[in-house]
Ligand binder design. Sequence first.
Ligand code: PMP
Length: 440
Amino acid sequence: MTTNAELFERSARIIPGGVDSPVRAFGSVGGVPRFIASASGATVTDVEGRQYIDLVGSWGPALLGHAEPHVVAAVQEAAARGLSFGAPIEGEAELAELVAARVERAGVRPVERLRFVSTGTEATMTAIRLMRGATGRDLIVKFSGLYHGHSDSLLVDAGSGLATFGLPASAGVTAATSAQTIVLPYNDLDAVRRVFDERGDDIAGIIVEAAAANMGVVAPLPGFNAGIIDIAHAHGALVTYDEVLTGFRVSECGWWGLENADAAEPYRPDLMTFGKVIGGGMPIAAVGGRAGVMDLLAPVGPVYQAGTLSGNPLAIAGGITTLRLADATVYERVDAASAALRDAIGEALDAAGVAHRIQTAGSLFSIAFGEHDGPLTDYAQVRASETWRYAPFFHALLDQGVAAPPSAYEAWFVSAAHDAEIVDRIAAALPRAAAAAAEA
Ligand code: PMP
């Protein structure tokens, strides 16, 4: 039998850090990452044959649970018809229509056009190119601790792996590029107003996670998302609302749907980005939005964007099947599992005397250790929390067969396959993890 340790060693000789995406390397929690051989429902099984309850969910896509049989069958059937054609297929319009139709509230449909790409990074990169192309301006505003993928302009003061490894920025991004990205504290509308008062004529647009979930989970304060749209529009700038992580995960209609559930006049971002759940585990993402902006994309307009594997038939099949299956019952199950798990975590940590706050945005959540007066609202507060308690907590869970995200700065993901029995099994592992956090 090959062990995780042997594979990690072998991989690290040929793949930098042994992984193809940094957070997978267990860098901030230490230890050997598990090399996954297979996954099903709420569990993953490593190469040593050990099964874990999975709370990573491929970092978001696995809303229905792993290897959902209908999704697997749809992808297999698509594969049998051919892997990639470099030509349009019928399913692209179908998936685009499914996405657009879900993002609707009170007659407002912010997704009038949609284009598929292969990764969330491409989606947000295209969105900022579109905002620049539409306005003829250079500057982009983003928020500290938010992550939008790894394109140059968006790697400044970003969350996810950069937060995990404590990196303020990435080497290799030119000073000129960084200078075109203005970084502001999250949830601070006054800061947004000030920067637009000073430089509004040069700002192409704002990009924001619909709800921040790459510095741990930090929900937007009421009025923040609507407020930045008002400010940007007052200055002729655009807003990209990044739902790569939240889209179709926190509700049938994403975070936008949750925030606008009862709104008479839903706020309307100019562009939205999607990924993860829209492929159910296949590599696909999308940028969508107002027709007037989206139609600037080539071949209609002058903003260039392309992709050999864009709209790949297997990914389209995975996406269509996933979204068709992701009905209200699925979200009820995911919400219930998340709530039960949060309660169990809270109880275990309280019983062990570990001060903490569980941060939520819909079914997404993360744990901020330490005393906090109320919900944490920005990156500075997250960084000031007792993140060192996370590694022992994580490893105590892992030792007991529960795989939480290997970083204090990542959200926890549950799926529709996380039923009451799975939650009970996690709950049984929590007291030891809480004790480990207490001792840290
Ligand atoms: N935007 C958000 C909000 C994300 O969470 C991520 C990835 N976690 C991305 C963009 C980038 O997506 P990808 O990793 O597919 O490039």
